[in-house]
Design a binder for this molecule. Sequence first.
Ligand SMILES: O=C(O)c1ccccc1NCC(=O)[C@H](O)[C@H](O)COP(=O)(O)O
Length: 230
Amino acid sequence: MVRVKICGVTNESDLRAVDTAGADAVGVIADVPVDTPREVSLDEARDLVGAAPPFLTTTLVTMPDTVADAVDAAVRVEPDVLQLHGDFDPEELDAIRTDVAADLVAVVDAADPERARTVAPAVDAVLVDSVDESGAGGTGETHDWAATAEVAATLDAPVILAGGLSPENVAEAVDAVDPYAVDVASGVERAGGRKDPDAVRAFVANALGAGAEREDGNGDGQPRAEGVSP
Ligand SMILES: O=C(O)c1ccccc1NCC(=O)[C@H](O)[C@H](O)COP(=O)(O)O
């Protein structure tokens, strides 16, 4: 079974659309040093997390400079999951994990699979993404899924696949990588920072459809039942 996270929600209406579509998790982006239409303030992030219904897992996505900043952000926003971009080493991740109640996800560059192996013991899951030179996500770019499939198959920690996913390619991505979860931000937007509810629904349906086919033993490259398009 594959899980689905929709990232970069900036308002309550999109939060409801994500929940209605049947996603497992929602991401709220705050305190990142890059210019992105998906960023909200930490106070707005706290309000969005607080507005999420009980069975939708909330994720704070952030790029803090220090361990203390990471802990402060998590304490302030109180998400279920803390997703950290940046270069924290395993000792720093351990320290953050000790001090926050949230589960910890470390983002690694898809071009650096060794880093996934280095950080995995210190976190609850690893998110493999097509990050930019600063380590930020939301690039809308896919990467070498075969390399990420190798990471997913050999790592003890759950692997979340991100980077350039969309309603059109997510089923193929699930087939190729067999990840614990898939994550999308820009691929389900109608404008920067605003989700397209139809695209969110199609993304979730196509991801879950592909995951179900794998479970049924039909992930054999044969044509699937017609997918849902936005
Ligand atoms: O989405 C952003 O703008 C962003 C900026 C800075 C740090 C993280 C960011 N996104 C984090 C995510 O988890 C995205 O869902 C992930 O990078 C995939 O993005 P996309 O390629 O646009 O689907």
